[in-house]
Design a binder for this molecule. Structure first.
Ligand code: ADP
Ligand code: MG
Ligand code: MG
Length: 292
């Protein structure tokens, strides 16, 4: 998934702890093999290669994640859109590659989450030629959540799993809250905030994770589906809530929506809170956090 994962857990038996960490590793690998758009044999790659021409059978697991992505697209009025990939695939942040003006113009018209047709249970078809899907805004959170559920089922009571910007805490840290830091969006050696958290998920989306700067413009990995370009206005958004699949997708969504619309949306979601860092590096907290 293009990032390091970190697992911390408490167990009385070191051998079983080692075995569990190996299971978590295997689970990440399994999900990557299923959902990576860069692995030619993944179910997602097969969809991207064929679903514009024919209806494709997929696993219930991939189907369910596509359903959740669609649900979040609806709630965010398209700020979250897995078909951003028609534009996204032109980028290579390491090589400083981006689409040229005509590629962007063409690819941007293919961004529309309604083009991913979930026609029947476990059947997927794309409405148009050229539609592409990338689950990079939700799959890592899903994997982190799966990992934590695996540990919980095995009887673990205190654990932390983190991958890139997605972190899930199981229980507390042996009687204390976990302290989770939010990176400072412009200074690598500083934190913007530290939060005491118990048994919850937190995901952060920022414009500083995968980017390059050319002619003063920051090209980063969060794409505004309405323009096809990197989303501007915020430096970072963190979302806190029960399920890492949703905190992941929502942090990406709120980043695109911006402070005003993003805040409005998060206030309608009872169990989710957010922290926004704006262009002036000012922090804004949703009401459930501001009280503490
Ligand atoms: P990270 O990858 O650092 O966890 P995010 O959770 O914000 O950061 O996810 C960013 C990823 O989401 C991008 O790399 C890309 O794969 C995907 N993405 C970018 N823009 C969108 C969008 N508008 N809707 C859905 N997914 C997106
Ligand atoms: Mg995300
Ligand atoms: Mg993420």
């Amino acid at each position: 998934m293009g990032t390091a994962a970190y697992v911390e857990l408490w167990s009385k038996d070191p051998a079983s702890a080692d075995a569990l960490i190996k299971q978590v590793q295997a689970e990440f690998e399994r999900i990557n093999q299923l959902m990576s758009p860069y692995i030619a044999s993944s179910e997602l790659s097969i969809l991207n290669a064929k679903a514009s021409s024919e209806s494709i059978s997929v696993s219930p697991e991939l189907f369910q994640l596509l359903q959740r992505a669609a649900e979040i697209s609806t709630v965010t009025k398209g700020a979250f859109d897995i078909t951003f990939a028609s534009v996204g695939f032109y980028y290579d942040y390491r090589q400083h590659k981006k689409p040229d003006a005509s590629q962007l113009q063409q690819a941007k018209q293919l961004i529309n989450y309604n083009s991913v047709l979930l026609t029947a249970p476990n059947q997927v078809r794309y409405a148009k030629q050229g539609v592409k899907v990338d689950l990079g805004g939700i799959a890592k959170g899903y994997a982190v959540e799966q990992a934590i559920q695996l540990l919980a089922k095995a009887g673990v009571k205190h654990a932390l799993v983190t991958a890139g910007g997605d972190t899930r805490l199981l229980g507390d840290k042996l009687g204390f809250p976990w302290l989770v830091a939010i990176k400072h969006p412009r200074q690598e050696d500083r934190y913007a905030a530290q939060l005491p958290l118990i048994d919850t998920a937190i995901s952060t989306s920022g414009d500083y994770e995968r980017y390059f700067i050319e002619d003063g413009v920051r090209y980063h990995h969060i794409i505004d589906p309405s323009t096809g370009k990197s989303s501007t206005g915020l430096l970072s958004v963190s979302v806190i809530g029960a399920d890492t699949t949703y905190t992941d997708a929502l942090s990406t969504s709120l980043f695109v929506l911006g402070l005003q619309q993003g805040m409005q949306l998060i206030e309608t979601l009872a169990d989710y809170e957010a922290i926004f860092i704006d262009e002036n590096k000012n922090m804004h907290f949703s009401s459930g956090l501001a009280q503490d």
